[in-house]
Design a binder for this molecule. Sequence first.
Ligand SMILES: *Cc1c(COP(=O)(O)O)cnc(C)c1O
Length: 249
Amino acid sequence: MQEESVAAIIKKMYLNLPMSQEVTKTDVAYNLKKVRDQMRDAAARAGRDAASIRLVAVSKGHGADIIRQAAAAGQTCFGENYVQSLTTKAKEFPALEWHFIGHLQKNKINTLLPHIRCLQTIDSWALAEAVDRRLPQRLEGLIEVHLGGEATKSGCDPKSVIALVEQINRLDHIALRGLMVIPPFLENPEESRPYFRQIRTLLEEINRLGAYKTPLTELSMGMSHDFGVAIEEGATLVRIGAAIFGPRV
Ligand SMILES: *Cc1c(COP(=O)(O)O)cnc(C)c1O
């Protein structure tokens, strides 16, 4: 998946060239195009409208330069999993749309909130309530669901999700949109399919019960190695880092 970027890096090493803007720029733009093409192919395989699936470019571990290149290639939505790096980057690029995809500690809520469009990692009533209390305006939110062992330490137990959704109905500022999941890392993306399916089924169940005041439409699932399968299973937001920006150093 990283052939192009790796080849470019090796070339630069051998030619002993500085990391020139020109070369890197081509890579990010090329990788983005390739990812978008693969997203479109996956949507077509599932008979879905590609326009209903958004790409969240995960810029963690990369600097402003790479964000500028992605933005120049038309990417508007970015994700970060640390409060510090999100706020630094969002201050530099306030016109871009930022999603928080990491574990949020209560003492960082105030720092984070002014900079994000969507909080993808609500995993408890305590967090939802604490966030809502500090919000001056509406914020989109997703519930992070915990599936499978140690891969993710955070996330709401699937058995408690419906109760949490019902509680969030009481909050004025959080606009709940759907669910997010980080399944255990499995080499073969086909093995992740049951996890994606389980989350989609849970979303359908929430809507069938009318547990939230508006139907939930978003499923944030799929990363560099498995976004094709995630889209086949109904993802509406894919969070992709390495396939766009190259391996993190
Ligand atoms: C890092 C990260 C991603 C992107 O992972 P890649 O394998 O680089 O595509 C997606 N979601 C979350 C929550 C992450 O922390």
